[in-house]
Design a protein around this ligand. Structure first.
Ligand code: DGJ
Length: 745
């Protein structure tokens, strides 16, 4: 069973195929953390890790001068009662104090995994070898109960954690900090990998050594943000893609978050993740509860490659829902960079017609189709079609697009309101604001107060009408600014600091309703590109616009970093115009295609501007993606082969689950004069099989012959490439020879 309980020693062992997570209840009633790592038998001898050591300046128990909470590895530590390290939670009691001392009350084991009612969550049934454990703690003095939830997924080496607070006292109390997880590690050294960034430069890989003190990533912007991502990995120095121990955390949440590691004076490390305590508090009336988001914990002793594969499998299998969990994602054409706000029905139909001739499957109408939205200063909130641009309406446009053999998709930005809009003039109090103070603008717009039920209902009704107005099969859900003046006119003063979290809960409620009302619609998340790329959004919208940067070289880094946690099927990528609109760079059509085809593939340019020779090449790429690459990208396995942050190129590989067919992609970022050949070493092949290998130029006249290469040679010698110019690409198609292991040609 995934959860073993040794009642004599009060040891709780969460075991998956290769990993163990172990805790115990101490004699004093504290929930102590014993171990997380490679699978163990977890017998009582593990209690040795708690043996006390005398330490000056670590507060001790009044009964035992050797016993100190400051030295005890704990499952969910508080502050103020002897542990001097960063706490997992803090509560302000009605008497004005913040010291609580919860002790163990009992446990409960459940088959499968319970759902969370208002938050996105990992799903697992008992048949999927998942089991869940609840550990209940109580502070007798304040009658605060804390319920720690754990689910272990046996096949994936994943533990999912969350926490529920219950106020069983007769008085209100206020949560000041309520993280989803902390884990104490007994030793060092560590390196920390995180994914910070900026608009247009999201999720770059950052790796630093952990020294004494606190390192963290956080968002205070109301969204998970371009600048930080709720991912945090502790790795042993020297960890590579293929080897080394990794302890990774990812928060299933789309708002303000904190991720940290704190190395204390003795070399003990506490890492944690959850809602950012900064500018957060939650008022709990008697018998009220507060549920934290879930944190996903992944263990790998086979480096970063295995960590990523675990996250990818987890999210595709246990986070995605609805029909799009299984369906192939369409190749799309989006009009944004082709027209921006300035288009006519005729122009859109021209773009769609050319796209249809090239094999593209979905036409997406981006910003500018409603109200007087001719620029970004007006009309957000007024979702009546702009008859100057679309005189026959949305329904007629969709019908004509459908007649050309394409599905129809639409852009919306429902969380926002333009000060110059009918909606704002009618409901000025519907935006986030602090009464009597001026509001900051972002992209000339204000943020609707999604913590309010009336605003949530308005969005659901308004969008339902829009989605019924035309045959819409795809929606791009945009969100283009950070939250400021985060107060709500609908909340009492003691609940103002709840606004940011209530905003996220409101968003989840809206998305839950709309995805159930329109299950056939493929929702794509977007926040000025990848400003809200997290598992909370992926729960409702299975693909996300990875970045507003469409340049192939910049995108290579962004997609590489994103792939650490999120599967290629979660990312969207488009071939766009040159010079590139974000960085002015000119890259070849091939480079733009291979990077865009490494995700959910699409175009964002006026295809009619391409020469007829280029259009023939586009049709070839589209054909290859449909026939070969799409299934590998969306449903297969992914390996990073060359790191663009530390070398002058990038390479990755897509493979089916049986390792019978692969595509390897290489892009040179910057060549040098008289370069050496680069050898790209593949992974996860069968060393005794032989593979037919062919470079894919996708130009039939240049296509080379198939060559037979042994699996062990491909993994140890590799594929050779001689990059003689910047943005040079080379890709290979590999097919395992029939005849099984060691089979010949
Ligand atoms: C920001 C998005 O990231 C872009 O792709 C585009 O949809 C614009 N918004 C439209 O305003």
């Amino acid at each position: 069973m995934p959860i073993e309980v040794d009642l004599d020693n009060r040891i709780f062992h969460l075991c998956s195929r290769n990993a163990s997570y172990v805790m115990t209840v101490t004699r004093e009633g504290y929930l102590a953390h014993l171990y997380w790592g490679k699978r163990l038998t977890a017998s009582s001898s593990l209690l040795r890790v708690l043996a006390p050591i005398s330490r000056p300046f670590s507060p001790t128990s009044e009964h035992n001068s050797l016993w100190s909470l400051d030295l005890l590895p704990q499952e969910y530590p508080g502050f103020g009662h002897g542990d001097m390290r960063a706490p997992a939670y803090q509560v302000l009691l009605s008497d004005g104090t913040t010291v609580v001392d919860p002790r163990y009350r009992g446990y409960r084991i459940m088959a499968g995994k319970p759902a969370l009612s208002a938050l996105p969550h990992i799903r697992a049934s008992s048949s999927e070898d998942a089991e869940s454990l609840e550990m209940e703690l109580e502070d007798v003095y304040s009658r605060l109960h804390i319920i720690l939830s754990y689910t272990v997924l046996n096949k994936l080496d994943v533990v999912v954690r969350s926490v529920k607070f219950v106020n069983h006292s007769a008085n209100p109390m206020r949560l000041l900090r309520a993280l989803s997880v902390t884990v104490d590690f007994p030793e060092q050294p560590w390196e920390i990998i995180s994914l910070p960034g900026a608009w247009g430069r999201e999720r770059w890989v950052q790796r630093i050594s952990l020294g004494q003190g606190m390192v963290s990533q956080e968002s205070r912007r109301g969204t998970s943000s371009h600048q930080a991502n709720p991912f945090w990995a502790m790795v042993n120095p020297g960890t590579t893609e293929e080897s080394g121990k990794v302890f990774a955390f990812n928060l299933v949440y789309s708002g303000n978050f904190l991720a940290f590691s704190d190395l204390d004076q003795y070399g003990q490390v506490r890492s944690g993740m959850g809602i950012n305590p900064f500018d957060f508090s939650w008022h709990l009336e008697p018998e009220e509860t507060f549920q934290t988001p879930e944190a996903v914990l992944v263990y790998s002793d086979q480096g970063l490659d295995h960590m990523s594969r675990t996250f990818h499998d987890l999210y595709r299998e246990h986070l995605y829902q609805g029909p799009w969990k299984q369906r192939d994602r369409p190749i799309l054409i989006n009009n944004w960079e082709a027209t921006y706000f300035s288009f006519t029905e005729e122009k859109l139909l021209d773009i769609a017609l050319t796209a249809s001739g090239l094999g593209i499957e979905l036409f997406v109408l981006d910003d500018g189709w409603f109200g007087n939205r001719n620029n970004d200063r007006q009309a957000l909130g007024d979702y009546d079609v702009n008859r100057d641009k679309l005189p026959h309406g949305l329904g007629a446009l969709a019908e004509k697009v459908n007649q050309q053999g394409l599905d129809f998709g639409l852009w919306v930005e429902p969380e926002m309101v333009s000060p110059d809009s009918e909606l704002y003039r009618r409901h000025p109090d519907w935006c986030l604001h602090v009464s009597g103070r001026s509001s900051s603008w972002g992209r000339n717009q204000l943020v609707l107060d999604l913590s309010r039920l009336d605003v949530q209902n308005w969005i659901i009704e308004t969008l339902s009408k829009v989605f019924r107005r035309a045959n819409i099969s795809y929606v791009k859900w945009d969100m283009n600014r950070s939250l400021t003046e985060t107060g709500s006119s609908a909340l009492p003063r003691e609940r103002q600091q709840e606004t940011a979290h209530r905003y996220v809960l409101g968003l989840y409620h809206i998305l839950d309703e709309l995805t159930h009302l329109f299950p056939h619609v493929l929702f794509e998340g977007c926040s000025g590109g990848g400003g809200r790329f997290d598992p909370g959004i992926l729960y409702y919208m299975p693909q996300i616009w990875t970045s507003d940067t469409t340049d192939a070289a910049e995108r290579a880094k962004i997609q590489y970093g994103t792939s650490l946690v999120y599967p290629p099927v979660a990312m969207t990528a488009h071939v766009s115009q040159i010079p590139n609109h974000q960085v002015g760079r000119i890259t070849p059509l091939a480079a733009r295609h291979w990077i865009a085809m490494s995700a959910n593939f699409g175009y964002e340019l006026d295809l009619a501007d391409l020469t007829s020779e280029e259009q023939i090449r586009v049709a070839n790429y589209v054909r290859f993606y449909k026939s070969t690459l799409r299934k590998l990208v969306q449903w297969g396995e992914f390996s990073r082969l060359q790191d663009p942050f530390n070398t002058n190129g990038v390479s990755w590989m897509f493979s089916d689950r049986e390792q019978n067919e692969m595509v390897v992609v290489y892009l040179c970022l910057k060549t040098e004069s008289n370069p050496n050949r680069t050898w790209i070493k593949l992974r996860h092949l069968d060393s005794r099989s032989r593979y037919r290998v062919r470079g894919c130029t996708l130009k039939p006249e240049e296509e080379g012959a198939w060559e037979a290469i042994a699996g062990d040679e491909l993994m140890n010698v590799g594929l050779g490439v001689w990059p003689r110019q910047d943005y040079f690409t080379q890709s290979w198609h590999l097919v395992r020879e029939k005849g099984g292991e060691g089979g010949g040609f």
